[in-house]
Design a protein around this ligand. Sequence first.
Ligand SMILES: Nc1ncnc2c1ncn2[C@@H]1O[C@H](COP(=O)(O)OP(=O)(O)OP(=O)(O)O)[C@@H](O)[C@H]1O
Ligand SMILES: [Mg+2]
Length: 237
Amino acid sequence: MPAEMLEVRNLSAGYGPTHIIENLSFSLEAGRKLAILGRNGMGKTTLLATLAGQTRRYGGTIRLGEKEITERSSAARANAGLGYVPQTRDVFPSLSVEENLLVGLKDRPKEAVSEAYDMFPRLKERRRNLGNQLSGGEQQMLSTARSILGQPSVLLLDEPLEGLAPVICEELMAAFSRLAEGRLMTIVLVEQRIQSALDFADQVIILERGRIAWQGTAPDLARDQHTIDRLLGIGHL
Ligand SMILES: Nc1ncnc2c1ncn2[C@@H]1O[C@H](COP(=O)(O)OP(=O)(O)OP(=O)(O)O)[C@@H](O)[C@H]1O
Ligand SMILES: [Mg+2]
């Protein structure tokens, strides 16, 4: 499946009666890279989980290319081409690394698992280990690799660099960029490392208390230290 457009209109969502995301709208063209930034607790994870159909939605619409997926279940969204790597690593603890990867392949031939091993040689070394025998960084690699193997048209990544060594981070961000630039995937990245996010993204949204506080291009934000300090700096309430 090639990259597809993601279009979000007036989205409000939360958990039970608590509204977290309020009236968010944005669109991302096929093959583009969007970074979602914001301090802790501002709603980044809730936004991605809502796109993946895992929160309570109060209003708004979500489109993936020509498909309106707003009312679909999480599984149906995945089948429609939405990939989601949650912040809580999504590894099956009692399956081996290789079995975890096979789950991600969907209908693709088994040999395609080697793509994950090319991306993360460490996973190849550990391929017979169980999910619950992996380090935090290895689980992160496995969760990310499993999503990519499914060739989603839109990939949602929630802090994929957390727990990974700097050299792996650079390689992984380069791999994500290649996927987007080859128009294989449209990518939404939630990231705390502002510089990595700005190096990667075309567009940026900064969330504050579940609303869009700033929206623009990555180069514009890189030049705007005032906005970075105000919305992402430490010690500001
Ligand atoms: N399952 C839940 N039930 C109720 N409230 C929740 C739940 N998960 C998160 N929240 C609340 O929603 C708000 C937004 O949380 P969210 O996890 O989306 O933030 P975040 O921007 O991803 O933060 P972080 O950078 O720490 O990952 C917070 O106030 C949080 O306490
Ligand atoms: Mg989060």
